[in-house]
Ligand binder design. Structure first.
Ligand code: FAD
Length: 284
């Protein structure tokens, strides 16, 4: 019997913005229950709703509906120490113990608060105040877009991990060799915590056109060629995107990835299609 642990499988969902979105989300959560996730992470991107309503509300729904641990995303840039302290108390009362500590994107029209200029400041604050929380930080295989060099970004990641992260979760990427290089560069800097690979299948032309600007994720030429061949056929396009994600996951697992974090876009059909073809990779 092998003593090697299989990789973890986890998923990201986001707060819905309309009743129709909510119905799709609930179907997705029902689908996730059958995937036995290590955890489900809940983003905070809807600036119209407050954190309690949007992210903590959904965290409770995930706990009830999926029955797995929840990780909440917490954004530092526009949040004060007082607000974070209140949120930590809320999380404790809900039994949520995992946080992805992020700075968040900077809004040119809004002045960031002074308490947490970087994600590492937030992570250090939480670790000192409530050491029982498990903290994760974001990593960028291609380098963070604001960073002058990849090296500088890796040094900041090292600082973030030293501040108290027990995992790194990556930005989406489509070039597994880029991920392998990132993992090797982390190891060379003594970043030894598990690195979970962020996977977002490309399912539409619109998405293909946006991943580079939205996530700084370059599409490698072989993938571009495959997508170009089916550019005018949405059904075939989706099938190619799903195939590629499955191939990426298989290859990452073959190369010993610590975990796969699948960005679901709250689409049950995407979760079902990927899980049906990869479940065996994650069996204990
Ligand atoms: P940081 O770690 O603070 O890094 C930001 C930049 O500052 C980098 O260029 C870094 O190199 C630099 N830096 C860090 N420390 C220092 C320092 N001490 N001195 C100088 N420079 C420094 N965004 C959302 O709005 N909501 C979400 O739910 C969300 N979820 C995400 C999930 C994942 C897995 C990932 C990878 C990203 C997510 N994001 C989300 C996007 C993220 O908020 C942005 O990429 C943001 O621009 C940076 O956040 P960070 O936590 O990586 O910041």
């Amino acid at each position: 019997m092998s003593s090697i642990q299989p990789p973890t499988l986890s998923f990201e969902v986001f707060p819905p913005q309309s009743p129709a979105d909510r119905a799709a989300l609930l179907t997705t959560l029902d689908q996730l229950r059958g995937c036995h996730p290590a955890f489900v992470s809940v983003t905070y991107t809807n600036h119209q709703l407050d954190y309690e309503q949007a992210t903590l509300g959904l965290a409770q729904t995930v706990q009830a509906r999926v029955g797995c641990p929840v990780m909440v995303h917490l954004l530092a840039a526009y949040t004060s120490k007082t607000q974070v302290s209140r949120i930590l108390a809320d999380l404790e009362s809900l039994g949520v113990t995992q946080i992805l500590g992020l700075r968040g994107d900077l809004d040119p029209g809004q002045t960031p608060g002074a308490d947490f200029p970087h994600a590492s400041d937030l992570i250090r604050f939480i670790k000192a105040r409530n050491p029982q929380f498990r903290l994760a930080g974001a990593g960028y295989p291609a380098g963070h877009p604001e960073s002058p060099t990849r090296e500088a970004d890796l040094a900041h990641l090292q600082e973030k991990v030293a501040a108290g992260c027990d995992r790194v979760m990556t930005q989406v990427f489509y070039d597994n060799q880029q991920f392998d290089r990132f993992r090797a560069d982390c190891a060379a800097r003594d970043i030894t915590v598990p690195i979970l690979a962020g996977i977002l299948p490309i399912l539409s032309r619109q998405q293909a056109l946006r991943v580079e600007t939205d996530f700084g994720a370059r599409l490698p030429q072989p993938l571009r060629t495959r997508l170009d061949r089916v550019w005018d056929d949405p059904v075939a396009f989706r099938a190619v995107g799903l195939d590629y994600a499955v191939e990426q996951i298989n290859d990452l697992v073959a190369h010993g990835v610590a975990g796969i974090h699948l960005f679901t876009l709250n689409q049950a059909s995407t979760v079902a299609a990927i899980y049906a073809r990869t479940a065996a990779l994650f069996e204990k």
